[in-house]
Design a protein around this ligand. Structure first.
Ligand code: THU
Length: 136
């Protein structure tokens, strides 16, 4: 466990409080540790037009990428449920585009979390080389 991951966990718990989720009432917070050392946070943002909802993970990535970050070490994702909740399939695919070796910290509280790897959550991932190696 990297010492910097403890701060990351705390940021994700704080970010969760800023969730805009009046429809599901399911609050998610994310915090992303970028190569620069900076932490970018995100929270889920819902819409009356449900399908426009943004997941917390993708909000954090969008903030970081649009700030010029290119490398990513880890993301902490916080929810408040009995069971641990892992990032959705769409977020796994989205994150894989930018951070194949990402550590994912799934957080319930400051001292209840599990660290896993994006590669383990997305085996046989579809990626750039899947397209370029295709035969015409
Ligand atoms: N949600 C996330 O923010 N991240 C995920 O990985 C899964 C789902 C949000 C979207 C929606 O606002 C709420 O959780 C319920 O699906």
């Amino acid at each position: 466990m990297h010492p910097e991951y403890l701060a990351l966990i705390e940021h994700s718990l704080e970010a969760r409080k800023r969730s805009y989720s009046p429809y599901s009432r399911f609050k998610v917070g994310a915090s992303l540790l970028a190569g620069s050392g900076k932490i970018y946070t995100g929270a889920n943002i819902e819409s009356a037009s449900y399908s426009l909802t943004l997941c917390a993970e993708r909000v954090a990535f969008a903030k970081a990428i649009s700030d010029g970050e290119k490398l990513f070490k880890a993301i902490a994702v916080s929810v408040s449920t009995k069971e641990l909740v892992y990032p959705c399939g769409a977020c796994r695919q989205f994150m894989f585009e930018f951070a194949k070796d990402l550590d994912i910290i799934v957080v319930k509280s400051s001292n209840q979390y599990v660290i896993t790897k994006l590669r383990d959550l997305l085996p046989e991932a579809f990626e750039r080389k899947s397209i370029t190696s295709s035969k015409k």
